[in-house]
Ligand binder design. Sequence first.
Ligand code: GDP
Ligand code: MG
Length: 141
Amino acid sequence: MALERTLSIIKPDAVAKNVVGEIYTRFEKAGLKVVAAKMKHLSKQEAEGFYAVHRERPFFAALVEFMISGPVMIQALQGDNAVLKNRELMGATNPKDAAPGTIRADFADSIDANAVHGSDSLENAAIEIAYFFPATDVYAR
Ligand code: GDP
Ligand code: MG
């Protein structure tokens, strides 16, 4: 088992639904520890920079507008196989395809408002954690 860190974002729809605690409980029950966290209302520039890989996709403008529509909860999670484990907890991008019991199946309304972000690889996890947290704000636990 590899000890990993991954970046998670609870998106504006889930923050507005007041399910931050319920989502944190899922991380904790899966053995993922929060090692950095902050609530933030992203600027357009921050959201565009974070999702730069999707710049050319047709949904990019809608994605950025959604991500800046309210505050988000941003956290780095640590645990065995944290990247894949968090993706499993999240469920498929489109909540219609998400397995029962996953965060997106339970809390997401649409492919746009889909409750959570999670890094898709260990390499991107490191980039995404550094995008939001200086190394001194990530705590070994
Ligand atoms: P994720 O890693 O499961 O979040 O999915 P992606 O990295 O492929 O896409 C990033 C985000 O863009 C997703 O979480 C969705 O909110 C949004 N998105 C992805 N694909 C589509 C799409 O086909 N249509 C729309 N409207 N949004 C999409
Ligand atoms: Mg992705």
